[in-house]
Each structure stands twice: as C-alpha cells, then as structure tokens.
Design a binder for this molecule. Sequence first.
Ligand code: PRP
Length: 212
Amino acid sequence: MAETVNIALPKGRLGEKVYEMFASAGYRCPELENPGRKLTFENREAGVRYFWVKPSDVAIYVEKGVADIGVAGKDILLEYRPDVYELLDVGLGKCRMCVAAPKSFKDDYRKTLRVATKFTSTAKEHYAKTGREIEIIKLNGSIELAPILGLSDVIVDIVETGATLKQNDLTVVDTLFDISARLIANKAGYRFKSEKINEIKKNLETVKENRK
Ligand code: PRP
C-alpha cells in the first residue's frame, strides 16, 4: 500500500473549507466528517491521515515533521517564519493584515505608540521600517477591544469583511499585506514522500482552478 501522508488542518471555519478542498481532490475521510472530540483521522486507501490543530500551531507541527504537510495562513508564516516549504496558495482564507484605530486617532510622534496585537513580530517589523517608537501589547484575541478601552492607540490585526472594525468604530489606517492560506510541507518529509505530496498538490491545484 502507498505511504501515508500526515496532514495538519487548521481547526475551525477555515479548516472545514480546507478539508472540503482535500475531499474534492480525492482525499475524503468519512471518519472526519462526524468527528465528535476526536482529533486524528485516517483513510488508508487514500493514503492520508489528518490532524485537527489550532490554526496558529499548523506551522509548528509541519516544521517539526509530525505532519508532512499542512495548511496555514500567510499571516502565521510571516509571523513565525517556520523552516518549511510553501507549495501552493490554496486561495482560501483571504484577508489582510492591517493597522486599525479609532476614527478620531491622530498619531502623536512625541509619544510612544501603543500597539495591541497577536502578531508581535509582524507589528515590530512594520514599525521598524518607519522608525516609529512603539510599545507592543500582546493579546490573544478580541484585539479590537484594546483601543476602545484605552489599552492601546492602534491594533495590528487581520481584517476580512471589516465587520468587526465597523461594529467597534475602528477604521483601517494602513494595510500591511494580503493573506491567504498556503499548503506547506516539512522539508525532509517532502523529500521522502515527494511523489505523494506532489500528487496531493496537483489535485488541490485542479480543484482550485475548477472553482474559478
Ligand atoms: C479575526 C480578527 C478580527 C476578525 C476580522 O478574529 O482578529 O477580529 O477576525 O474579521 P472581519 O473583518 O470579517 O470582521 P477571530 O475571529 O479569529 O477571533 P479573535 O478575536 O480570537 O482574534
């Protein structure tokens, strides 16, 4: 029987769409479609074993090699810079990394700018380019609350539809880069299982093209 490829999928909304893409590409896993609390699923015939992992952890699983491939957002790849191959833009999870602030915000260069974010490296890198002095306030979620409550002046965060900003009276000040989900591979795993991984990549590409 063909070798099994271990695949880390990002748990949640994006992961469901990503799994649908793998299923359409020929790698359905019936067990995963009714998961309960289980986190690993295998389809031996199709040669795939899936893991549901926290989206921000996909790159770690792949870099360490416990997953041969995975799907991670470009935001995570730019923030953590894992040592992995990026094989394909799967075209899902499209959004942007932005600086946002209350509508009344005016930058006062005499003061240190307080930046709330989950993406501390991304934020530091952005402000280093302009030489702006900042203080990072690391949060793990609900970032939009920080400027509303006066914890920060601005936020660096993901904007998808813009609804969260709008409903919290915030506005985009700057767009840093576009984001989408990428198929990534462990470097050694890719060497040992190149045939199967390239087959998966090719089939995902076909699904992506057919969706256009
Ligand atoms: C993300 C992001 C924004 C929101 C943007 O949060 O941090 O809060 O989605 O989406 P929108 O532009 O479509 O409103 P997520 O749902 O991942 O939750 P979080 O608060 O844990 O970051």
